[in-house]
Ligand binder design. Structure first.
Ligand code: NAI
Length: 331
C-alpha cells in the first residue's frame, strides 16, 4: 500500500480532507495515510507550527496531500506553507487553470497554467523594521532559482505539448531582480526553439487575463506575482473552490489547492472540497495511479454535469452532501 503524508490543516482543512479521503477510499484505492497535524493548533504543545516530524514524514513518503494552514497576520511565526516549500526545496508551484464541465464562467476555452517560483522573492523571509515608521522586506531573486523555474516551465511545455511560455515580471521597475529573472528566461528559451515565447509586465498580464485569458498558455513568474495571478486565474474557472495546485521539487511533491483555510466557512459544512480533490487527482497521476485518478475525475465531472454544486458555485449542497454525490457517481 502506498504511504502518503496527509496534512489536514486548519480552518476548512479537516472538513475537505475528510471528503477527499472518503472519495479516494470509495474509488477502491487503498492508501496508507500518514496523518500529520501542523499550524496554529500544534504550537502550544510542540512550540512550532511546523514540527520536524511533518518534514520527516514527507521526506520518507516523498509525496504529501496538504490542506490549507492559516498564517495569522502580524503574529510572530512564519507561514507553514512558505517554510515547508523552502525546507523541502519544492521550487515549482504549478497551478493549472482549465474550464470545468457545467461551471458557467465568462470565458470558454481557458486552458493555461501558472508556474510560480516557490522558494524566494519577497518570501525569502528577510524583513525588518528600520524604525517605528519604516519597514523593509528584501526581494531576493537568484540566477539559480530563476534558471531552474524557467527551465521547469519549458520542460513542462514540452512534456504537455504546449505551444508558448510567457514570462511575467516588473523588469521595468525592479530592473536588477526581475531583470535577472527575465535574463534567465531569455537564456533558457534559446534551448527550446520549438516553444514560442512572450514577455509581459505583470500588471498588463492581469488586465489581459480578465479581457481574454484564452490567448495564454504556460505562464512563468517570480513567487509573489505567481501567488496573486493564480488567485486571479482561479476566478476565471469558477473560483478558489475549484483551483488546484502542486508544489514540486527534486526530492518530493506536496499537492495542495490554491485557496487558504477560509476561516469564514470553518465548521459550517459549506466548503467546496473540489480544489483539494483535483489536487489529489493530480497526485494520483504523479504516483502512477492513473486508473483511479481517471475514475475519480470522471465522477467529479459527472457531479458537475448533474448541476450538483456547493454554495460557492451557486448550488445548495453541503460539503458532505457533495462528497456523497461524487461517491455515488463512482459506482
Ligand atoms: P482563502 O483562500 O482562505 O479565502 C478567500 C475566499 O474564498 C473566502 O471567502 C473563502 O470562503 C473562499 N474559499 C476559499 N476556499 C474555498 C472553498 N474550498 N470552498 C468555498 N469557498 C472557499 O483566503 P484568505 O481568507 O485570504 O486566507 C485565509 C488564511 O489562509 C490566511 O491565514 C492565509 O495566510 C491562509 N492561506 C493558506 C494557504 C495554504 O495553506 N496554502 C494559501 C492561501 C492562504
Amino acid at each position: 500500500m502506498t504511504a502518503i503524508t496527509l496534512i489536514n490543516g486548519d480552518g476548512i482543512g479537516p472538513e475537505i480532507c475528510d471528503s477527499v479521503v472518503k472519495i479516494i477510499e470509495a474509488s477502491g484505492l487503498k492508501i496508507d495515510w500518514d496523518v500529520q497535524t501542523a499550524g496554529a493548533d500544534v504550537i502550544e504543545d510542540e512550540g512550532t507550527p511546523l514540527p520536524p516530524r511533518v518534514l520527516e514524514s514527507i521526506k520518507v513518503n516523498k509525496v504529501a496531500l496538504k490542506a490549507p494552514v492559516t498564517t495569522p497576520i502580524g503574529r510572530d511565526f512564519r507561514s507553514v506553507n512558505v517554510q515547508l516549500r523552502r525546507a523541502l526545496d519544492l521550487y515549482a508551484n504549478v497551478r493549472p487553470c482549465k474550464n470545468l464541465p457545467n461551471i458557467k464562467t465568462k470565458f470558454k476555452n481557458v486552458d493555461l497554467v501558472v508556474i510560480r517560483e516557490n522558494t524566494e522573492d519577497l518570501y525569502a523571509g528577510h524583513e525588518h523594521k528600520i524604525d517605528e515608521n519604516t519597514a523593509e522586506t528584501i526581494k531576493v531573486i537568484t540566477r539559480k532559482a530563476s534558471d531552474r523555474i524557467c527551465r521547469y516551465a519549458f520542460d513542462y511545455a514540452t512534456r504537455y505539448k504546449r505551444k508558448e511560455v510567457c514570462v511575467a515580471t516588473k523588469a521595468n521597475i525592479c530592473k536588477l531582480s526581475d531583470g535577472l529573472f527575465l535574463e534567465c528566461f531569455r537564456n533558457v528559451a534559446k534551448e527550446f526553439p520549438k516553444i514560442n515565447t512572450r514577455e509581459i509586465l505583470v500588471d498588463n498580464l492581469c488586465m489581459q487575463l480578465v479581457q481574454d485569458p484564452t490567448v495564454f498558455d504556460v505562464l512563468v513568474m517570480p513567487n509573489m506575482y505567481g501567488d496573486i495571478v493564480s488567485d486571479l486565474t482561479a476566478g476565471l474557472i469558477g473560483g478558489l473552490g475549484v483551483a488546484q495546485g502542486a508544489n514540486l521539487g527534486l526530492y518530493g511533491a506536496v499537492f495542495e489547492p490554491v485557496h487558504g483555510s477560509a476561516p469564514d466557512l470553518k465548521g459550517k459544512n459549506k466548503a467546496n472540497p473540489s480544489a483539494l480533490l483535483l489536487s489529489a487527482i493530480e497526485m494520483l497521476r504523479y504516483i502512477k495511479e492513473d486508473k483511479y485518478a481517471d475514475k475519480i475525475e470522471k465522477a467529479l465531472f459527472k457531479t458537475f454535469e448533474a448541476g450538483e454544486f456547493t454554495e460557492d458555485l451557486g448550488g445548495k449542497l453541503s460539503t458532505t452532501e457533495f462528497t456523497d454525490a461524487v461517491i455515488a457517481k463512482l459506482k
